[in-house]
Design a protein around this ligand. Structure first.
Ligand SMILES: O=C[C@H](O)[C@H](O)COP(=O)(O)O
Ligand SMILES: C=C(OP(=O)(O)O)C(=O)O
Length: 500
């Protein structure tokens, strides 16, 4: 990659180029509706030129209020001097994988912490999340008969958008916790002060995390012959643990059979797995400092993660986050609640993926089951009419948050119902459910209620460790994987029977 940096270490803006002039591959033509909408939004884009700092001229929300701007400049310059965390070629491969998910030839699993935390950083926690994602992928691949694209909410998922800027406890009001990359979760003035040097700490934690993930992915840990060793210790005597071991046994038998037929166990697919990282593209100072020009294509890539998404609270058409994301060439996503209007979704898609490249854009729906059944059909139909290609993903977490006994929690049944509704709606419309996006952990936490683990309301205070939103624990996550696998298998069988 060509790192365009000035001597001070900040990014030097390259001469701005029209986005339409940027080369893109495998594009699909859109209908006149989408083209008209793109034309109509070119004034929002400020013409069609882009550079990693262009967002600064737009309205921006959910950014930290730092007290000392000089320290911000120094910390951001430090990040801009650092190497990219990912390589652009990996993003292009991921885009191809996500394109397959848009047609049902692959399925995407996004999973990981709501908010990574400095205090919870450990090799064991990274390993446990990683192997849970591997386990879930095996279950999904076995059920669905398609490759699973694995995307961890990890190695950069630090910044949190908040509903309210402040928090009040016992009559004391302080700034809200916005993620460890910005301030601390402890409820005192010092901790809640936004500290720009947290940016550097988050970068370093992300680099170390990614280093271990790459080691696991390419160093033998993720080899298919180890499938039966991925079961987490505390899962061994659970229903999900047993069901997983049944599948692992069948995978082992299939491998033995293939070896007997002459298969070479040194083939890359036997020893390695692709694993990608993602996070919300929220903290634009950080993201811009890690945006680099790829020397092989002369295109900009956000190098903090392979995949970046725009949150529900920051997807305003004329605001900074959409402007930033339209210019990076990574595959990207947008979170969408029931507040999204069918016309606006077409406009937003046209802005973020003007060349209609399959795999470039995932729409991550998060509404709760009831609203999803009501609103998603109109969104899908509008996108279909416009000829736009997107990968539809279900986030069953963010439309299902409630407070019980003072804890933010989610009920397993509601999470599962939203996934059910997502598959049902796609089935009715003949469109493709492309993936799920879960807040989950390999730890044995008690943050979400229900599931086979039978976490009750009274258990919430037992192992409630999240700094922000409640995560599914390992058992609940695996249970969700079995449910999704069942839906994928039904879809596959309908395809084989020529139905749908
Ligand atoms: O995880 C996402 C958001 O940061 C979170 O849902 C917002 O939570 P809040 O409503 O408690 O601010
Ligand atoms: C904040 C998040 O989601 P949303 O933007 O959908 O609320 C998230 O996924 O962490």
């Amino acid at each position: 990659m060509k790192l365009q940096m000035s001597q001070a270490g900040s990014l030097r803006a390259r001469p701005a180029r029209g986005l339409s002039a940027l080369p893109r591959r495998h594009t699909v033509s859109v209908s006149a509706v989408a083209s008209e909408r793109l034309e109509a939004t070119s004034s929002l884009n400020g013409g069609s030129t882009w550079n990693p700092s262009a967002w600064r001229s737009k309205p921006v929300v959910q950014q930290p209020e730092y007290l000392d701007q000089v320290e911000v400049v120094k910390a951001v310059a430090e990040i801009a001097r650092m190497p990219p965390l990912i390589f652009a070629g990996e993003c292009r491969t991921l885009e191809q994988r996500l394109a397959k998910a848009s047609t049902g030839d692959a399925f995407v699993l996004f999973g990981g912490d709501c908010a990574e935390a400095f205090s919870q950083f450990s090799a064991n926690r990274i390993r446990d999340l990683y192997r849970l994602i591997l386990q879930m992928s095996i279950v999904l691949a076995f059920g669905g008969g398609v490759p699973i694209v694995k995307l961890g909410r990890i190695a950069g998922q630090f910044a949190k958008p908040r509903s309210a800027p402040t928090e009040t406890i016992d009559g004391v009001t302080l700034p809200a916790y916005r993620g460890d990359i910005i301030n601390g979760p402890e409820f005192n003035e010092e901790s809640r002060r936004c500290d720009p040097w947290r940016l550097v700490k988050a970068y370093n934690q992300s680099a170390a995390t990614l280093n271990l993930l790459r080691g696991f992915s390419y160093g033998g840990y993720a080899g298919l012959s180890r499938v039966s060793q991925w079961n987490l210790e505390f899962m061994k005597n659970t229903n999900e643990g047993h069901a997983y071991m049944d599948i692992a046994k069948r995978v082992d038998e299939a491998i033995q059979f293939m070896i007997a037929c002459g298969m070479d166990t040194n083939m890359p697919f036997m020893r390695e797995t692709e694993f990608y990282t993602c996070h919300e593209c929220l903290l634009l100072d950080y993201e811009a400092a890690l945006t680099r020009l790829d020397s092989t294509t002369d295109l900009w890539y956000g190098c903090s993660a392979h995949f970046l998404w725009c949150g529900e609270r920051t997807r305003q058409l004329d605001h900074a986050h959409v402007d930033f994301l339209r210019g990076v060439n990574n595959p990207i996503g947008v979170k969408v609640s029931d507040k999204m209007d069918p016309n606006d979704i077409v406009t937003l898609i046209a802005m973020l993926n003007p060349s209609n490249t399959p795999g470039r854009l995932s729409i991550i729906v998060r509404m709760g089951a009831r609203k999803l059944r009501e609103h998603l059909p109109a969104l899908i139909s509008a996108v279909q009419r416009s000829g736009q290609v997107v990968t539809w993903v279900c986030d069953p977490m963010h439309g299902n948050t409630e407070t019980v006994s003072g804890y933010k929690t989610r009920r397993y049944d509601n999470v599962r119902s939203e996934i059910e509704a997502f598959f049902d709606v796609h089935e009715q419309l003949g469109t493709v459910p492309g993936g799920v996006h879960l807040e989950m952990t390999g730890d044995n936490v008690t943050e979400c209620i229900g599931g086979g683990a039978s976490v009750s309301e009274d258990d919430l205070n037992s192992r409630y460790h999240t700094h922000c939103d409640p995560r599914l624990n390992a058992e609940q996550s695996l249970e969700i994987a079995f449910y999704v696998a069942q839906r994928l298998r039904q879809r596959e069988q309908r395809g084989e029977d020529g139905v749908g």
